[in-house]
Design a protein around this ligand. Structure first.
Ligand SMILES: [Zn+2]
Length: 270
């Protein structure tokens, strides 16, 4: 692990394989030659209860293992694999039934070992309202705040992946134009946006976006959920070229400028 003075450790905690395929993958790709960068990835479930793309050769019995393999291939396709990848092994769709103390404890154990500078996860909207997303996001927040009380490096920023409302509205207009049903932000499993002014970090990942799309493409069992039918690589690249996050901690002063990277502005102690 890089020394304390120059470390840039990022931890991403998500619920399912493919949650990690967009939203932060471009950020990871941007740091692929940075020797101070370390990337820790945590999946709470293997996504074994997910829908299976029509015609895809998987069964409910094999899907979890297949999705773990897809996830590994996706990071290889992106060109920067996680330095550490933990699977917590919970049942897909069941995270909100796991005692939150247990979930927080397991996450805190990993986070305390790594002491990431930045921890990213889902916010209370879960981006799609998925109860697994909301549960893992809340547990990660609690683990972050528990760990940051202990002396040592890291735990400088907690961030929530999010979709700015303006982007959400543009997507919905585009769906309506193509005759597709629009997202209802009050419905579970539908996308939703947060007010644009709540976005604290927007990372321009357009220089690495073909690699992000290559990673997305590896989640073959989920192609029908990840992307609308008929979307071209070009359209996909456009929608994946910016990564947006809300800064959940520390509090940012009102009117603070939006940051351009998850590590921007962090004080590096001696
Ligand atoms: Zn998910």
């Amino acid at each position: 692990m890089p020394g304390r003075t120059d470390r840039r450790v990022l931890a991403l905690v998500v619920a399912h394989p493919d949650d990690d395929a967009y939203g932060l993958a471009g950020t990871v790709a941007l740091h692929d030659r940075d020797p101070a960068f370390r990337f820790v990835l945590v999946h709470a479930t293997d996504g074994g209860k997910g829908d299976i793309a029509p015609g895809f050769p998987a069964t409910p019995e094999t899907l979890g293992a297949i999705r773990r393999g897809e996830d590994a291939r996706a990071w290889r396709a992106l060109g920067r694999v996680p330095d550490r990848h933990e699977w917590l092994g919970y049942e897909d769709g069941g995270l909100d039934a796991v005692p939150s103390d247990e979930l927080v404890e397991r996450l805190a154990t990993i986070l305390a070992e790594e002491r990431p500078d930045v921890v990213a996860t889902f916010g209370p909207d879960g981006i799609t309202g998925h109860p697994d997303h909301i549960a893992i996001g809340a547990a990660t927040d609690a683990a972050f705040h528990r760990c940051r009380q202990e002396p040592g490096p890291g735990f400088r920023r907690l961030a929530h992946g999010a979709m700015p409302r303006s982007v959400f509205e543009r997507w919905n207009e585009s769906r309506a134009r193509r005759g597709l049903p629009t997202w209802d932000p009050t419905a579970t499993y539908h996308l939703r946006g947060v007010p644009d002014e709540e976005i604290g970090i927007t990372v321009d990942v357009s220089s690495v976006v073909p690699r992000v799309v290559a990673g997305l493409r590896e989640h073959r069992s989920q192609q029908h959920v990840i992307v609308d039918g008929g979307v071209t690589d070009e359209e996909w690249a456009r929608s994946a070229s910016r990564e947006h996050l809300v800064i959940a901690w520390p509090p940012t002063p009102p009117g603070a400028a939006r940051l351009g990277s998850v590590f921007e502005g962090l004080v590096v102690p001696d």
